[in-house]
Ligand binder design. Structure first.
Ligand code: EZ4
Ligand code: CO
Length: 404
């Protein structure tokens, strides 16, 4: 079996997605997600200009060898662009392998370790009352875990709110130049404990409560936050400090028992090796699409398993339905699964992506179609051309740049 064609499809049904299609001489095709939010065309070009010529003529069944060829074989390796491109190839090859075998990918990974994949939904609100109503909506839908974000009084814009041009669903990439937001730590740290108290007071402790700090605090501020949230028994606080500083987590750890999660921006095991081996975190949030595909993600998760760290993969809307489905296969199979983020996708995504995954009682299942289980309608994709979109940036009140 040989790879005959490698095609990159850039489309924007609801938001921008970069999708990879690998075709073979036996008619089997595989799909991968190469979307890197706000930097989409760099991955598209990396694939078209530098990866596609390396793949045509190769045996698509040699997934590990192709992974090593694209990673070790590149002198300039790692980084989000490279690893997102490798991820797209890897997922497409797993899709092809599943289709050849006539099995869903989770079966190739060792089979199901659980009945379904627990996800957390995203509740948000401009006021505490709005937020409480939104949490109730998720609990009514059967969710067992909810991420809570509410507008911080005193800040004009807070991460995680809906209400931009995309409507109610949160979509941070908005505007053909980056929006500029203001950040102040004080009001945020003062607001959060009362917010979590209100959620627990209204709905009790019978579900998992999560929160995303989104890289804004210093280690000692994160320590204070973790400590102040201990009574509300968080499932985790996510990205408490900028993720590249692995040592920062040691300081946070010394001060609080609130579980820590990090990793959506990591793209290889080298970004989180110390965090995991020194048990500085509880959940590793690397994703299929940004951390080198199923092949590399499984390597990170096995390393985490050795050190008692569980998985909690990133699953925002900028990870396409192909990535979400691929994540579900991994989540269903690995022994140390923790939770999966699920943000959903913006209409009209279903015109382009035909998925087989299902949701029931707070759990997703990837379905039993051979491969990853997602088809892409290329004619529909062509109706939604790419539009440049940036994530926002943050500045402190004095104008200094801050992490967003
Ligand atoms: O800001 O995916 O946990 N989810 C997140 C997301 C990220 C976006 C960036 O592309 O932090 O909302
Ligand atoms: Co996050």
């Amino acid at each position: 079996m040989r790879i005959t064609d490698v095609k990159v499809i850039v489309t924007a049904p609801g938001r921008n997605y970069v999708t990879l299609k690998i075709s073979t001489d036996e008619g089997v095709v595989g799909w991968g997600d190469a979307t890197l939010n706000g930097r989409e065309l760099s991955v598209a070009s990396y694939l078209t200009e530098h990866v596609a010529p390396l793949l045509v003529g190769r045996d698509p069944q040699r997934i590990e060898d192709i992974w090593q060829y694209l990673y070790r074989g590149a002198y300039w390796r790692r980084g989000p662009v490279t690893m997102t491109a490798i991820a797209a190839v890897d997922v497409a090859l797993w899709d092809i392998k599943g289709k050849i075998a006539g099995l869903p990918v989770y079966q190739l990974l060792g089979g199901a370790s659980r009945d379904g994949v627990m996800v957390y939904g995203h509740a948000n609100g401009e006021t505490v009352d709005d937020l409480l109503a939104d949490v109730g909506r998720f609990l009514d839908l059967g969710y067992r875990a909810v991420r809570v974000q509410a507008a911080v009084p005193g800040l004009e814009k807070t991460y995680g709110m809906g209400g931009n041009s995309h409507g109610r669903t949160y979509e941070p990439a908005d505007g053909d130049l980056p929006a500029e937001h203001a950040w102040e730590t004080g009001p945020y740290l003062d607001f959060l404990p009362g917010l979590m108290a209100a959620v627990r007071e209204r709905y009790g402790y019978g579900f998992h409560l999560l929160h995303d700090v989104h890289h804004r605090l210093t280690p000692i501020e994160a320590a204070r936050l973790g400590k102040s949230l201990e009574p509300y028994r968080m499932f985790w606080i996510e990205d408490a400090t900028p993720a590249e500083d692995q040592q920062a987590f040691r300081l946070i750890r010394q001060h609080t028992t609130t579980p820590l999660a990090v990793g959506e921006v990591f793209n290889s095991i080298w970004d989180c090796q110390q965090l995991i081996s020194e048990r500085l975190i509880d959940y590793i949030r690397t994703s299929v699409s940004h951390a080198g595909g199923i092949t590399h993600l499984r390597r990170i998760f096995d390393h985490a398993h050795l050190h008692g760290v569980r998985t909690g993969s990133h699953g925002a809307g900028d990870l396409s339905p192909v990535s979400f489905a691929a994540a579900l296969h991994v989540d269903l199979a690995v022994p140390n699964f923790g939770i999966q983020e699920y943000m959903g996708h913006l209409d009209p995504w279903q015109e382009v992506f035909k998925v087989g995954y299902t949701f029931e009682n707070g759990l997703f299942h990837p379905g039993d179609a051979p491969g990853i289980g997602v088809d892409v309608d290329e004619e529909a994709a062509a109706r939604y051309p790419y539009q440049r979109r940036y994530l926002p940036v943050n500045r402190l009140r004095d104008g200094s740049m801050h992490d967003w």
